[in-house]
Design a protein around this ligand. Structure first.
Ligand code: BES
Ligand code: ZN
Length: 456
């Protein structure tokens, strides 16, 4: 039996125990955005620490930060002079609302059909455990041909405020030859996927203030500006009729797509119909002149993520709201700069706000877009994927954002391999998030083949 097959067999023999451990991890509500869950986020870090200790890692440490801790673990190779692989992951999860839409509670993992339902099952506790279980099976079945390190943060879903500083001050600890970041997913369950591009992000809030309190709309309506009406008008001016973003300068640094880019993007087999199906929307919508796949991963966007004003309870209440708020994010592409995009957006919005109200802004997280198809170790992973799925690997530009890939490239000098076994319909960030277990199990086997491929 080959070294890889021995380790795969070890995994197949212990699958049930491993699924049990994943469920225990998913029971911990590590919602990084919720201050009330702070101690539960720590509990998730401690779960990982104990798991690593039982695995016999050479070093395991929890580093406190200004917000949620970072877990580091390391295992030395059985042979001297081996290469070092760093796995990144985040053990925090998104909030669960709207809670009433969950079929089973978000932190009571439940298997229905081929899926495991729980918050964080796909994004990304399941992905973290896939890397750890792969290492475990390699360790339990023979020699380890690589030094393996893990950096697992608890703040990704709130923009990783502590991570860049930590990486800057721990470059020796994190020194490596390869980085695998499994925080993205596959095109579909039969198509092993490597992501070679991510979009960046600029996130901010706009607040419009009018009267000092909510006013009776009969007495005052018609004589003061309504902040909700004003905000709606501002939002309506953020796009042009052709679907493009109306902020002056927004596209100035956008690198035009080459013929080669367009060909690569078109090699993704996902059809418009399949993409639409996942959304449940009546039809696709987007910037004219681009395909769905180009708009998904390679064109910038602006979207309202949340809107709040006035009376939102049951029934009717006649008021002019005192204020209105919108949360807005832009997905960015090379070579847009997130700080500059924020400045341009603020400047434009200020220029269209009428003098009848006051406007203020809150700037949230940001990060650049990322391009990489030459990360070290990628050919080994592609081989491992091919061997596991018996299918060709497809390259994909992903619409989501993982700013840490850029930070690691800058601070550690290593480009990240972007992978993972989530599927487009896993409902990440949504109610009823789930993980497709057969794909996840194949993924673990692929990571085992990847790790053992360095032995030859
Ligand atoms: N796992 C996602 C990133 C992702 C999303 C990858 C969709 C592939 C497909 C990650 O946890 C995430 O949600 N990132 C945030 C970025 C952040 C700065 C808050 C995102 O993309 O919204
Ligand atoms: Zn996420």
């Amino acid at each position: 039996m080959s070294r890889a097959d021995q380790a795969v067999q070890e995994f197949l023999d212990t699958e049930e125990t491993k699924l049990h451990s994943l469920k225990a991890f998913l029971q911990i509500p590590s919602v990084s955005a919720d201050p009330e869950m702070k101690s539960r986020v720590v509990e998730a870090a401690e779960f990982l620490k104990s798991y690593f200790e039982e695995l016999g890692m050479d070093k395991v440490e929890i580093f406190p930060t200004g917000l949620h801790p970072i877990v580091f673990a390391e295992k030395h190779a059985s042979i001297p002079g081996a290469k070092t692989l760093l796995f990144y992951g985040h053990y925090d999860v998104q909030p669960t609302d709207p809670l009433g839409d969950w079929v089973t509670p978000p932190f009571e993992p439940s298997i229905r059909g081929e899926h495991l339902f729980a918050r964080g099952s796909s994004d990304m506790k399941g992905q973290i455990m896939a890397t750890i279980f792969a290492l475990e099976s390699v360790l339990k079945s023979g020699e380890l041909p690589l030094n393996v390190k893990f950096i697992l943060e608890g703040e990704e879903e709130v923009g990783s405020p502590s991570l860049e500083g930590f990486i800057q001050t721990h470059t020796d600890l994190l020194k490596c030859d390869m980085i695998l970041n499994p925080d993205v997913g596959m095109i579909n369950k039969d198509t092993p996927t490597v992501v070679n591009g991510l979009r960046g992000l600029s996130y901010f809030e706009v607040r419009i203030d009018g009267p000092k309190v909510d006013l009776h709309s009969g007495i005052f309506g018609g004589n003061v500006a309504n902040p909700a009406n004003v905000l709606a008008s501002i939002i309506a001016q953020l796009h042009n009729p052709d679907g493009s973003v109306a902020i002056p300068g927004f596209y100035d640094r956008v690198r035009p797509l080459t013929e080669e880019d367009r060909k690569m993007i078109a090699s993704n087999p996902t059809t418009d119909e399949e993409f639409l199906e996942v959304t449940g929307s009546p039809m696709l919508y987007g910037e004219q002149g681009y395909t769905m796949l180009e708009r998904h991963g390679a064109r910038p966007t602006l979207d309202v993520n949340g809107l709040y004003s006035g009376f939102i309870g049951e029934g009717a209440k006649t008021i002019i709201p005192a204020y209105a708020k919108a949360k807005i994010s832009c997905r960015l592409v090379p070579d847009q700069e997130h700080a500059e995009i924020y400045e341009l957006a603020e400047k434009y919005i200020r220029s269209i706000v009428p003098p009848t109200v006051r406007v203020s802004f809150i700037k949230h997280s940001g990060g650049p877009a990322y391009l990489a198809d030459d990360a070290p170790g990628l050919p080994n992973l592609i081989e491992a994927y091919k061997a596991t799925w018996n299918n060709d690997v497809v390259l994909k530009r992903e619409g989501g954002s993982i700013p840490v890939a850029t930070v690691m490239q800058k601070e550690l000098g290593v480009k990240s391999i972007l992978s993972g076994f989530g599927l487009p319909d896993d409902a990440i960030h949504s109610p009823n998030e789930h993980l497709h277990l057969p794909t996840w199990k194949k993924g673990i086997q692929a990571y085992i083949r990847f790790i053992t491929s360095f032995g030859a």
